[in-house]
Unconditional design. Structure first.
Length: 250
């Protein structure tokens, strides 16, 4: 099945970083949906394109590459300054005519979506899928590999060569507000937290920590057999997310 066509666009963040993005129009003009991918991902990845295709049945979609990823400029700060990337995509959705804008984030993109909504605001609904609740988590093998890629010179080189992801060197200073703390400031914007019980990166306590930290209105979906982020997301799950967004913004 062919995927919905998109219109490439170049955005610019408040701190001057060029962001490679695309707009997928919808037959439903009242809602814009910003899709924020996971670490080392891209809006051009097949899994993300499939998600965009399904969500375009519920609203126009603005998908983008985070800084340091793919064709975007800059370097990845792995969840810190990326809130400015989401903000640029949200502002673009407003400029091209969407009166309501929701953000759907996956993994790192979900952490950024939570932080953006809690710290900067300006969105009408937030969906966090497979998010970490806190920083520096190393309790699973995949997350130990992620930290190797972030912290070691050879790891950053491998991420750049294999995943087209350019990671900033050095430590966070100061350490950014973690997602579960930012979630407390999202209300009264509706929040949906989605997490799989088969997630190999972040166990379910991350979803519960985010949900418990947030205020109403909020929903928590624990998905049986669901793994991690975009690669494991079924069309059925994405349709349910689209319906949740529209039901909260109608």
């Amino acid at each position: 099945m062919p995927l919905a066509p998109n219109l490439p666009v170049m955005l610019r963040t408040e701190d001057g970083v060029r962001i490679d993005a695309a707009h997928t129009p919808s037959a439903r003009p009242g809602l814009g949906i910003v899709v924020a991918h996971g670490f080392t991902g891209s809006w051009r990845d097949r899994a993300t394109r499939r998600i965009t295709h399904v969500l375009s049945g519920y609203g126009g979609v603005v998908a983008f590459d985070f800084r340091g990823h793919g064709r975007s400029g800059g370097e990845s700060t792995v969840g810190d300054l990326e809130i400015l990337d989401v903000d640029a995509a949200v502002r673009h959705a407003r400029v091209i005519g969407y009166p309501k804008v929701a953000v759907v984030g996956f993994s790192m993109g979900a952490a950024v979506a939570l932080r953006h909504a809690g710290l900067l605001g300006g969105v009408d609904a937030v969906v966090s899928v497979s998010a970490p609740a806190r920083w520096y988590y190393r309790g699973t093998k995949p997350m130990r590999q992620v930290h190797w890629a972030i912290e070691q010179p050879v790891g950053r080189w491998a991420a750049r060569v294999a995943k087209r992801t350019r990671i900033a060197r050095g430590q966070w200073d100061p350490v950014p507000v973690p997602p579960h703390e930012a979630a407390a400031s999202i209300s009264p914007t509706p929040l949906l937290v989605v997490h799989g019980d088969a997630d190999g990166f972040f166990p379910l306590d991350h979803a519960h920590q985010i949900f418990d930290g947030a205020r109403e209105p909020k929903r928590l979906w624990i998905e049986q057999g669901y793994g991690h982020a975009e690669a494991a997301a079924t069309p059925e799950l994405i349709r349910r997310i689209g319906k949740w967004i529209t039901s909260n913004l109608s």
